[in-house]
Design a protein around this ligand. Structure first.
Ligand code: PHE
Length: 336
């Protein structure tokens, strides 16, 4: 018995294998230790105490060894996983980038800021007064149908703005000229979504009001804008048009950037592409804002950011801007 205990003690001390094998060999009901405890019965009464003590010491040794083995195994498992090195620089995550429409909005706004225009913003939910009435759209006039409106109440007082022109009214009814403002923003029209039209899009409005503003100033600013954005070789032409809030009103065409005016599909063989609407602010608009139309004059212009971007980047479907397909968006990735 004594010999058995000594041999087992040595074996436990010298053990170097896996925990699993250790358990099988030494612990459990069928293990060597249990066997020894069983044979304790047959030990004589005077020996029992001594042998019992030795067995208990062995038991303790086994449990210590088991603990030690568990620690070693745990540590080696850790080392085969990743070792954390806190001194390494952090891995950079994937940064988002600016949306192509935002990039274009900033390009446009920047051009106007450089010539002294101040950035203004209005509200996407507007009152009829700012979106229509003050802009010289008479009540029940068919001109209101030009812009299919999302009304928000039965009385059709509140609506989602159909253009950024209400920003003119918001600014001009707050103070007196001079005004030199550029106002980017989101607008809404109740239109079916197609490759060309969307029910939600973006515009930039610019307006300039002072004592001596003429249509020559408008032309100068327009040409400066077009050449700054699309290149100094660009030319433009004005076509007579109609907006209730400008008189005279014009539609502005730019020489086709795609074919150098030779005639292509995009300009429908005309050599010109339409890029924005503009005009001299109608005296009725000044009156609605309590500005004296005999003292002040001004021009206003408004453009669609989607339209300009489509021309600039040669994008053929307006829906791409809202689908958020990263393969599309990544092509324009700008991070600041
Ligand atoms: N608000 C007009 C539109 O959305 C554009 C415009 C702005 C025209 C300013 C003239 C002057 O169609």
């Amino acid at each position: 018995m004594k010999k058995k205990i000594t041999t087992l003690t040595e074996a436990v001390k010298a053990y170097q294998g896996s925990i699993e094998a250790f358990k099988n060999r030494f612990t459990g009901r069928k293990g060597a230790l249990a066997g020894l405890f069983k044979s304790l019965k047959s030990v004589s009464a005077e020996e029992k105490q001594k042998v019992g003590k030795e067995l208990n010491a062995l038991k303790k040794l086994i449990s210590n060894k088991l603990e030690e083995l568990t620690k070693v195994e745990g540590a080696s498992a850790l080392s085969t996983r990743s070792v954390v090195d806190p001194t390494l620089p952090p891995r950079s995550g994937t940064l988002g980038s600016l949306h192509p429409l935002r990039v274009m909005e900033r390009k446009i706004v920047e051009i106007f800021k450089k010539i002294g225009f101040v950035v203004a913003e209005g509200n996407e939910i507007e009152h009829d007064f700012y979106n229509f009435s003050a802009l010289n759209f008479p009540k029940d006039h068919p001109a209101r149908d030009m812009q299919d409106t999302f009304f928000l109440d039965e009385k059709k007082e509140w609506l989602l703005r159909t253009h950024t022109s209400p920003v003119q009214i918001r600014m001009m009814s707050k103070g007196q000229p001079p005004f030199r403002m550029v106002a980017p923003g989101r607008v809404y029209r109740n239109e079916a979504i197609s490759a060309r039209t969307h029910c939600m899009f973006h515009q930039v409005e610019a307006f300039y009001v002072d004592k001596e503003v003429t249509i020559a100033d408008l032309k100068g600013v327009l040409l400066h804008f077009i050449q700054s954005l699309f290149g100094s070789e660009q030319t433009m032409r004005l076509r007579p048009s109609f907006f209730p809030f400008t008189e005279p009103s014009v539609e502005v065409d730019m020489s086709c950037v795609f074919c150098a005016q030779k005639g292509c599909n995009i300009c429908k063989k005309s050599g010109w592409v339409e890029i924005l609407g503009a005009g001299m602010i109608d005296p009725n608009v000044f009156k609605a804002c309590e500005i004296d139309p005999t003292r002040y004059r001004g021009f206003a212009l408004g453009m669609g950011i989607e339209r300009i971007s489509m021309l600039y980047y040669q994008i053929e479907d307006v829906r791409l801007f809202t689908e958020n397909d990263v393969r599309f968006l990544r092509q324009f990735a700008t991070f600041h």
